[in-house]
Design a protein around this ligand. Structure first.
Ligand code: F3S
Length: 395
């Protein structure tokens, strides 16, 4: 991979330890994937923020990077950490988490801890970026029209510190063309159904890019800036699709309504298979909404469904979102919390130390939360619609 004179100097350590390490990571990645050069990026989004995943070795490395005073070269946002005061986290975990956030802040990162940076980051169609949250990567490539590979935490941090990323994979136009179309004959009714579709497709198709055609009219249309006169799923439903595709598969992008040589029909039978995967027999004692973090319009919908209702005392009801969204819905937050549900920011059901809370079964509308809840958090899981979940939990 070609390096400029400046890149070479950084690699030789002339701009300090943090940049040298970062350039080593980017150079190795570029070599492995046969990139021709490094290209400038406009934004980075970093994962590996929760102490649950990062651990003591990761914290030590971060502190080492932050020691020299190097700052990120482009705006960089952070994925959820493992702690919110409203969840009453274990003390030692909370202390370690605070140290992690402090190290990222020293490096110049924006401490809005969310997996939906697309609700506030200044990322436009055509921008090259370096994002590490898999659900956000697909959203960036497919919905925003930005260009990013599925980065890991270290490579996104390296790109943020240098302001560049190796030019390969999803940064190249030729790799963004789908070969297969999934033609969906069902009229999908909401977030959980798009999540189930994504989970099934991710499990059964091993592509980087796939095309969707929705034959039946999806129940909610995109705003006109995306719709161009056609019936398309809402941004929230696309968000559910993105998260589920990235959970069970390797996808980095999908397109909508393109023509491909091969087409595969998918209907109710395939979508139902995903519900069967997450169908615990246990009575749910935990409800988690907000994987990925909820938008303002999702919060509005939850508030209207919970109006004049009370959550059963046997059930913990958590709604995860970003501080950015929470500030926009402060009146609704009060209304929602009067029902007994809690709006939680800075973390999520998967990266928090959920296994230490003793819950038995999580009910959720997200296939990603259902998958990782079961595999990383030691709870059984059940997938359902928001409407059914609220009918189960509240009177
Ligand atoms: Fe976000 Fe956590 Fe889900 S990071 S995508 S809410 S697993």
């Amino acid at each position: 991979m070609y390096l400029t004179k400046q890149d070479e100097k950084i690699l030789a350590g002339e701009e300090g330890f943090a940049k040298q390490k970062s350039m080593q990571i980017l150079a190795a990645l570029g070599k492995a994937f046969d990139a021709d050069k490094l290209i400038p990026i406009k934004h980075a989004h970093l994962s590996g923020i929760s102490y649950k995943g990062l651990g003591d070795a990761g914290l030590e490395f971060l502190n080492e990077l932050a020691k020299g005073g190097t700052k990120v070269a482009v705006p960089a946002t952070l994925n959820p950490g493992g702690v919110s005061a409203k969840m009453n986290p274990p003390k030692e975990f909370a202390e370690k988490q605070a140290q992690i956030i402090s190290a990222y802040k020293k490096l110049g990162c924006d401490p809005v801890l969310t997996c939906t940076p697309y609700y506030f980051a200044n990322v436009q169609k055509g921008d090259h970026i370096s994002w590490a949250e898999s659900s956000a990567v697909i959203y960036a490539n497919s919905v925003l029209g930005a260009y990013t590979n599925r980065e890991g935490g270290p490579s996104a941090l390296a790109a943020a510190l240098i302001g560049k990323t190796p030019n390969y994979g999803m940064h190249l136009e030729e790799n963004r063309i789908p070969k297969i179309t999934i033609s969906v004959s069902e009229n999908l009714s909401g977030f959980d159904e798009f999540a189930a579709l994504g989970y099934y497709v991710g499990q059964n198709f091993k592509e980087d890019v796939i095309n969707f055609n929705f034959q039946a009219k999806p129940s909610v249309l995109l705003p006109s800036r995306f719709a161009r006169g056609k019936a398309r799923p809402s941004e929230e439903n696309l968000k559910a699709l993105c998260a589920a595709l990235a959970t069970s598969g390797n996808f980095a992008m999908f397109t909508l309504g393109k023509k491909t040589k091969e087409t595969v029909e998918i209907g109710r039978k395939e979508i139902s298979a995903a519900y069967e995967t997450f169908n615990s027999n246990l009575e749910p004692d935990l409800i988690c909404i907000g994987c990925p973090h909820t938008s303002v319009s999702e919060i509005k919908k939850i508030a209207s469904l919970l109006k004049n209702k009370k959550i059963s005392e046997k059930i913990t009801f958590w709604i995860f979102t970003s501080e950015f969204v929470r500030k926009e819905i402060s009146v609704l937050e009060k209304e929602i919390e009067e029902s007994g549900a809690k709006i939680i920011t800075d973390t999520c059901m998967v990266v928090a130390p959920l296994e230490e809370f003793g819950f038995k079964c999580m009910l959720t509308n997200s296939a990603k939360a259902a998958f990782y809840g079961r595999n990383l958090c030691n709870v059984e899981t059940k997938l359902s619609s928001l409407e059914k979940i609220i009918r189960y939990a509240a009177r």
